[in-house]
Design a protein around this ligand. Structure first.
Ligand code: GTP
Ligand code: SPV
Ligand code: MN
Length: 620
C-alpha cells in the first residue's frame, strides 16, 4: 500500500465534469467512461438520455456552429443537412481491422492486427484527442429494449453528428442504460473524430463543420467485444452499433452462440389469399435492400410491409424455425436514385426529423440528388458547399449521400418490427449487381446449395465503400466487409445452422435486378415490379409456383412469373432467365480460384456443390 508520489499527484489529471455517475449499475461501464475521459481529456462528459430536448439542443448547437444546415421547416420539419469532409464519404475497408488474438481467426478477407499492438497504436492516437470538446456517452439497445434477441452497447464519441444519428438509428438513452445491470454484457465502442480543439499547452484552434483526421482506424476486438474508431465521422465508420457491432462483433457472438448476424433486409409479404411470408434478403451495399424493404407491389392483391432495410439477427427458435429481428431503429439509406416514382415510401419517410448527409441544397432550403427528379434544378449548392449548375459536370450529391430517418416514420412499417422474439423466416434471398449471367430469380433447391450460392455471390462495386465503382468482386452473403472472423468458418457456420434447423430451415433463392442488354440498359424494370419475383418466391414456398430445372437451380416455368402488363418481349424474359453453360463454367473457374484463398477452411460440402455444379453444366 504505497503512498502516492507527490510529484505525480500534481500531474494526475482531473476527471472531466460529468464523467462520474454513481447511479450506473454496471461498475465496468462507470469505470470505463472515466478511463476513456482520462485518456481523451474532453472538457466535459455528457451522458445522453435520448430525449427530444437533447435532440433539439444538439441540432441547435450544431446549426449555430455551422456543421448542420436547417432545411426549410415548411418542407422538411426538424430536418438538417450535413456536408462531410470530401475525404470522409464512405466506409474505408482498407482502414478496417479485425484484431482477434489469432491472425487465422480474422481470415484472409479481413485486415488483421495483433490486439496489443493495435491498442498501443490507438492509445497514442486517442490520447488527448477530445481536448476542447464534449465527450458523449451514448447507451443504446439493438432490438427492443430488454428483448431476448436484443443486445446493449455504449458508444463514447466526440461527434454530436454521431449522437443525433444514433438517436435515430438505435433505441438510445436512459431506457437502454436502465437495462445494463451489474452483470449485463455490453459492447464498448470508443469513437473520436481525431480533431482536438486545444492542445495540452492550451493553444486553441477553431472547429470545422466536419472535423475528421487523415489518419483513420476502424478497429474491432472480437474477444473483448470492443470497437475503437478514430478519424472518420461518416456512417459505418462512426455509428458503431451498425456495421461494427451489429455485423462484425455480432457475427462472432453468433458463431459462438449458434445464430446469424447478417447484412439483410426483412419484409413481410402478404398474398391476395391473406397468407403472410417473412423474407430476409442479403445484398451487398447499395444493391437494393432499402428499396426492396419499402417496395410497393404492382401486382393486385399483394402487400409488402417493412421490418428492416440493412441488418438482421436470426436465431433458431423453439419451434425449429429461424426467427429474425431488425436490431436497428432507423434507416441510413442511399439518397441518389431515390424518387417519388421508384420509392415513394422512402421519400415520405424522410419528410421530417431526418438528417441528410452529402446531398445538394436548393435555394429554397430543399434537398436534391441525382435521380430525385428527371431534370436537375437550374442551380444548387452541391454536397461540397459549392455553387452548382447542370453544366458543372460533377455530381451535385455525393453518390454515397444518405438520409438518416426513424423507422417509425415509415408508413409501411410492419407491426413485426416491435416483435422482440422476431418473425419466422420463410425465405432467404441472396442478390448482387450483375450485368450478366445471374438470372432474375433462382430457387436454389436446398440449404447446402443455397449456402454455396450465398458464398459465391459476386457483385459490381458501388460507392458505399471507398474504391473503384463497377469492378466485379466476390461479396459472399453481401458480407465481405462485415464478417468479423474467417470467411470459411462463416460458411461452415451457415451449414451448421441449416443442419440444426433441418426441415424447419427457410428456402433459399438468388435474385438479380441488374441484368443488362447489349446497350447496357437494365432488362428488368425493378423496384415495385420486383413484387412479381417475390410473389413467385412465395409460390415456391407454398408449393404453388412452377419451376424448371437449370444447371444452377430452378427458374420460373413459362407462365409462372406474372409479367402481365410489363410489355416485356418473350426474348427479354428469356434473356432474364437465361443460363449460359459456357459463361457459368468460367464462373466455376473463378469460384475455384476464390475458394483457393481460404485453403482448407472451405467446407467440403461447398467444394462438393462446386463439383456437382460443374457436372450439371457439362451436361447442359
Ligand atoms: P446499403 O444501405 O449500402 O447497404 O444499400 P442497400 O442495399 O439498402 O441499397 P439501396 O436500396 O439503397 O439501393 C441502392 C441503389 O440501387 C440505388 O441507387 C437504387 O436506385 C438502386 N436500385 C435499388 N433497387 C433497384 C432495382 O430494383 N433495379 C434497379 N435497376 N436499381 C435498383
Ligand atoms: C453499407 O455500406 O452497407 C451501408 C452504409 O449500409 S454504412 O452504414 O456506412 O455501412
Ligand atoms: Mn448496408
Amino acid at each position: 500500500n504505497h503512498a502516492f508520489p507527490p510529484v505525480w499527484a500534481s500531474a494526475i489529471p482531473e476527471v472531466p465534469d460529468g464523467a462520474r455517475r454513481h447511479d450506473v449499475a454496471n461498475k465496468q461501464l462507470a469505470d470505463w467512461v472515466v478511463r476513456i475521459a482520462l485518456l481523451t481529456r474532453p472538457d466535459e462528459v455528457v451522458w445522453c438520455d435520448g430525449s427530444d430536448e437533447e435532440w433539439n439542443r444538439l441540432t441547435t448547437e450544431m446549426t449555430d456552429a455551422g456543421s448542420l444546415v436547417r432545411l426549410d421547416p415548411g418542407v422538411h420539419p426538424d430536418s438538417f443537412l450535413a456536408r462531410s469532409d470530401p475525404d470522409d464519404v464512405a466506409r474505408m475497408e482498407d482502414r478496417t481491422f479485425i484484431c482477434s488474438r489469432s491472425e487465422a481467426d480474422a481470415g484472409p478477407t479481413n485486415n488483421w492486427r495483433d490486439p496489443a499492438d493495435m491498442h498501443t497504436e490507438l492509445n497514442a492516437l486517442f490520447a488527448e484527442s477530445m481536448r476542447g470538446r464534449t465527450m458523449y456517452v451514448v447507451p443504446y439497445s439493438m432490438g427492443p429494449v430488454g428483448g431476448a434477441i436484443s443486445q446493449v452497447g455504449v458508444q463514447i464519441t466526440d461527434s454530436p453528428y454521431a449522437v443525433i444519428s444514433l438517436s435515430i438509428m438505435t433505441r438510445m438513452g436512459d431506457d437502454a442504460l436502465a437495462v445494463i445491470g451489474p452483470d449485463t454484457d455490453w459492447v464498448a465502442g470508443v469513437h473520436s473524430v481525431g480533431y482536438p480543439l486545444r492542445d495540452r499547452d492550451g493553444l486553441r484552434r477553431d472547429d470545422v463543420p466536419w472535423p475528421s483526421n487523415p489518419v483513420k482506424y476502424v478497429s474491432h476486438f472480437p474477444e473483448e467485444r470492443a470497437i475503437w474508431s478514430f478519424g472518420s465521422g461518416y456512417g459505418g465508420n462512426a455509428l458503431l452499433p451498425k456495421k461494427c457491432f451489429a455485423l462484425r462483433i455480432a457475427s462472432v457472438m453468433a458463431r459462438d452462440e449458434g445464430w446469424l448476424a447478417e447484412h439483410m433486409l426483412l419484409l413481410k409479404l402478404t398474398s391476395p389469399a391473406g397468407r403472410a411470408f417473412h423474407i430476409a434478403a442479403a445484398f451487398p451495399s447499395a444493391c437494393g435492400k432499402t428499396n426492396l424493404a419499402m417496395l410497393r407491389p404492382t401486382i393486385p392483391g399483394w402487400d409488402v410491409e417493412t421490418i428492416g432495410d440493412d441488418i438482421a439477427w436470426l436465431r433458431p427458435g423453439d419451434d425449429g424455425r429461424l426467427h429474425a429481428i431488425n436490431p436497428e431503429a432507423g434507416f441510413f439509406g442511399v439518397a441518389p436514385g431515390t424518387s417519388v416514382q421508384n420509392n415513394p415510401v422512402a421519400i415520405d419517410t424522410m419528410r421530417k426529423h431526418t438528417i441528410f448527409t452529402n446531398v445538394a441544397l436548393t435555394e429554397d432550403g430543399e434537398v436534391w440528388w441525382e435521380g430525385k427528379t428527371d431534370e436537375p434544378p437550374a442551380h444548387l449548392i452541391d454536397w461540397r458547399g459549392q455553387y452548382w449548375t447542370p453544366a458543372s459536370g460533377t455530381p451535385a450529391a455525393h453518390p454515397n449521400a444518405r438520409f438518416t430517418a426513424p423507422i417509425e416514420q415509415c408508413r409501411t412499417l410492419a407491426d413485426d418490427w416491435y416483435e422482440a422474439d422476431g418473425v419466422p423466416i420463410d425465405a432467404i434471398v441472396f442478390g448482387g449487381r450483375r450485368a450478366s449471367n445471374v438470372p432474375l430469380v433462382v430457387d436454389t433447391g436446398d440449404w447446402e446449395h443455397g449456402v454455396f450460392v450465398g458464398a459465391t455471390v459476386s457483385s459490381e462495386r458501388t460507392a458505399a465503400q471507398e474504391g473503384r465503382v463497377g469492378e466485379l468482386r466476390r461479396d459472399p452473403f453481401g458480407m465481405l466487409p462485415f464478417v468479423g472472423y474467417d470467411m470459411g468458418d462463416y460458411w461452415q457456420h451457415w451449414l451448421d445452422v441449416g443442419a440444426a434447423l433441418g426441415s424447419g430451415a427457410p428456402k433459399i433463392f438468388q435474385v438479380n435486378w441488374f441484368r443488362q442488354d447489349e446497350e447496357g440498359a437494365f432488362l428488368w424494370p425493378g423496384f415495385g415490379e420486383n413484387s412479381r419475383v417475390l410473389a413467385w418466391i412465395a409460390g415456391r414456398v407454398s408449393g404453388e409456383a412452377e419451376a424448371v430445372d437449370t444447371a444452377i437451380g430452378e427458374v420460373p416455368a413459362p407462365g409462372s412469373l406474372d409479367v402481365t402488363g410489363l410489355g416485356l418481349g418473350a426474348t427479354v424474359l428469356q434473356s432474364l432467365l437465361d443460363v449460359d453453360p459456357v459463361a457459368w463454367l468460367e464462373e466455376c473457374d473463378r469460384t475455384e480460384e476464390f475458394f483457393a484463398r481460404f485453403g482448407d477452411r472451405v467446407p467440403g460440402r461447398l467444394r462438393d456443390e462446386l463439383a456437382r455444379l460443374r457436372e450439371r453444366l457439362a451436361g447442359a
